[in-house]
Design a protein around this ligand. Structure first.
Ligand code: SF4
Length: 387
């Protein structure tokens, strides 16, 4: 029977938690496949692990019937506060009733990936790069997922034969230099299968870089084993695009996974999504970006949350992100400062957004505003140059 919560029981539970430094029984199994098997996948399992609010319980029951399913590894669950529904890790993986609510601007496929499919499982939105969707499975189903229309559908990894047309397309289009392998999460696949795929992509002479888009260093860091990195590094250059959203996710285990990748020669980049009530705060972002740099992960993008159906409660107005970037400018070294990006609805492409640092343009000079708020004039060189 699921646990229901009243305001009084919440307060009592919070007091009890304050006395107990370790609300969970450790991080769960050390083996990544055992973690996947032991994942929480139902409302009853979730209610046994966390003290759910009525909104969470309703959301979890809805997720069993429709929409994005529930999957939370024991590791990621151990980062959730058992009693506090505003815990930034819990908010990313525990469904809430608001997922059933549509808000203006919501789309099922906000990046128009279906419309931009050039071969089965292959999306092309820019001339020089493609997105290869190799599985629908992830270690944790994130409640803000842009691909909630297809992840967790139960199909599992795409069979090798079904990827042939996509590989043929890449080989026949030498303008494609960069292949982003995504899903779902490609690291949720068996190593041999993933390696076979990477070898096929690497054998295409026109491909410069392969990117692995994965949240597994965050949600299942024990997957990043020595065996995995030794198998994958044979197909370098491979860039790892990971997805930390909150400093609480930077645990000794996840940092070790990132360092293991960096040690094996994988450049590791991070794409955070700006999420209301989770990381839309200047101090939280500063701690996150500094922590990533310490783990040798480059904060690459801060993404405006895509208008995915059922995620209106997690989205922020565009101005919020622009304001946060303004506050971080000058406060953070440039290597820790990502670009703030809006991936435009309909798959029309990414647009970088910055505060208005240019305050006036006059013939031959431009007035710039510094991070301290001072206006400084930059004078252009005389027309005609050296002549
Ligand atoms: S890991 Fe990525 S693809 Fe999977 S649910 Fe999370 S955001 Fe979506």
């Amino acid at each position: 029977m699921a646990a229901l919560v009243t305001p009084t029981s919440l307060v009592r539970a919070k007091r009890a938690r304050a006395k107990s430094a370790v609300p969970h029984k450790g991080r769960g199994p050390k083996d990544w496949q055992a973690q996947m098997r032991a994942s929480v996948r139902s409302s009853a399992e979730l209610a046994a692990a966390l003290v759910l609010t009525p909104e969470e319980l309703e959301g979890a029951r809805r997720a069993e019937r429709e929409g994005l399913p529930i999957a939370i590894t024991p590791y990621y669950l151990s980062l959730c506060d058992r009693h506090d529904p505003s815990c930034p890790v819990r908010m990313q993986c525990v469904p809430v009733a608001a997922e059933g609510k549509a808000v203006p601007g919501d789309l099922e496929d906000p990046l128009g990936e279906v419309a931009h499919e050039v071969a089965p499982h292959l999306v092309q939105r820019y001339p020089d790069r493609v997105l290869l969707l190799v599985t629908d499975r992830c270690a944790v189903y994130c409640r803000f997922c842009t691909r909630s229309r297809m992840v967790g559908d139960g199909g599992g990894p795409v069979p090798d034969a079904a990827l042939e047309p996509a590989l043929r397309y890449i080989a026949e289009h030498p303008e494609v230099r960069d292949v982003i392998v995504s899903g779902g999460d490609p690291l949720a696949m068996a190593t041999a299968r993933l390696e076979r795929l990477l070898a096929r992509i690497r054998a295409i002479p026109s491909v410069d870089t392969i990117r692995l888009a994965t949240r597994i260093p965050v949600t299942l860091p024990m997957r990043v084993t020595k065996e995995l990195v030794s198998a994958l590094k044979k197909h370098h250059p491979i860039w790892v695009m990971t997805h930390f959203n909150h400093p609480k996710e930077l645990t000794p285990e996840s940092v070790r996974a990132c360092e293991r990748l960096a040690d094996a020669g994988f450049p590791v980049m991070n794409q955070s999504v700006l999420l209301a009530g989770i990381n839309d705060d200047v101090d939280v972002l500063e701690r996150l970006f500094r922590g990533l740099v310490r783990a040798r992960v480059r904060p690459y993008y801060l993404l405006q949350a895509d208008p995915v159906r059922g995620t209106g409660h997690l989205r922020t107005p565009l101005d919020r992100g622009i304001g946060l970037m303004g506050a971080l400018q000058g406060r953070l070294t440039s290597i820790a400062l990502p670009k703030f990006i809006c991936d435009t609805p309909g798959g029309k492409g990414k647009v970088p957004l910055t505060p208005d640092w240019v305050v006036a343009r006059r013939p031959g000079e431009t007035v710039l505003r510094t991070f301290r708020g001072e206006d400084v004039t930059y004078v252009d060189p005389p027309a005609g140059g050296r002549g």
